[in-house]
Structure formats: C-alpha cells, structure tokens
Unconditional design. Sequence first.
Length: 246
Amino acid sequence: MIHYILFDTETTGAQEEDRVIQFGSMILNQKGDLEVFDELCINPIPIKLEAMEVHNITPDLLKNKPNAVDTNFYKRLQELNRSENFLIAHNINFDLEMIKKEGFVNNYQLIDTLRCARHIFSELPYHRLQYLRYALELYKDEVAEAKKLNITIKAHDAIGDVLVMKLFLSKLVAQVKMSFPDINPMKKLVELTLTPVFVQTFKFGKYKGESIEDVAKKDANYLNWMMKNMDLDEDMQYTLNRVLER
C-alpha cells in the first residue's frame, strides 16, 4: 500500500553542524488512514539563539527526550523507506539533509511543495509556506482540521507547518488534475520537483522587483558576484546560469 509522508523539522540552526530537535509529520495511506507525529529530540549541538527566536524551542524542553533516531517518527520513516512511497516537505532539501545526518539513506520518491508552488502558482510573488497559508486562504480551513487532529497551529512549529502543508498539498493536487488530467498528480509533482524553475524577478537585493533578464543585460557583474558570494537556492543558481550564458 502506498504511503505519503509529509514532514517538517525544527533544528539547532541552519549551518553544516546543526541537527534536528523536532519532527512533525502526518503519514497517510491510500485508505485515508492518518498517523500524526509531534516529537522533540535531543542532539549534541547547542541550539543557536537565532533558531530559538524562530521556533521557541529551548534546551530545557529537550531534557530527557530521545535521540532523533529513537523517535517514533524516525523509526516509521525507516520502515516505509521504499520507492513506491512519497516523502513530502516544503523546501525538502533542507529537511532531507538534516535527517541524512542521522544516518537516513533515501529510497522515497520526493515531492518538494516549495518548488511545486513555484511551478504551479508562478503568479504569486513569494512561495514561503506562511505566505501561501494566507495567499491561498488555507487558514480558513486549518482551524477545523487542527481541532479534528488535536493539533495547535503555530508558525515555525514542525507539526503546525505540516498541517498547513497538508492543506496546501490538496491545492497542488487539484491544480495538477486540472492542468494535467491524464497524469497521476503525485507523479507529476515528483516530476516538477526534479525540474528547476526559471525565476523571473528578484525578490531581494538592490534590484528587488526587477526582471533578472533585464539586470543581466545592464549589470552582469552583479549576477556573477551573487554566484560567487551568496548562498543561493537551486532555482536561483539555475536562473543566473541561464541568463549569464545568454
């Protein structure tokens, strides 16, 4: 039976040395059965203050918690780690790299709801999960969903974000069914996850709001500087390479 594992992590920070301290997950199967996981875990890396500022997880909350690999979610993640199942997250590369530090070797089909959002809702200026929560009015359905599952929704809390992601995934599937009626929507989302997005405009920096192609024509040096000095995501790297090649 096919399973769909939606998950999110909170971590000690976003650097190479940082590790997982919270798992949030909802696991659904084809029958509609749902498993919910909301677990804190301990790791040897101190939590950075900047991370605490975002997720509000402090060291005292982790006392007597299990290691990441001993959580119920991680054990279930390993049990279902087969190619017929789907692993789903918003900006999945970040979360995947975090669980790889715990020894996880992926066999799932991957769906990145962030990249899929950039493909399918390209008209939106931003695709952060909390932005989508309001732009697509997901918040109107989340209270009833949270009450049904006995979940408290908080921004930048793993299980709260997973609940919003579940609602957003339903939107993605509906849009894919309309645009590609003859294709399995989950398979299409896997395909979109593997397809880089050409970013049209800058969302930050001195050229915020301007066309990247136009900036390439007038200030290619700035784009080259970005490539060398900034930590860019795959889509921005792909876009800058494309426009600089031209």
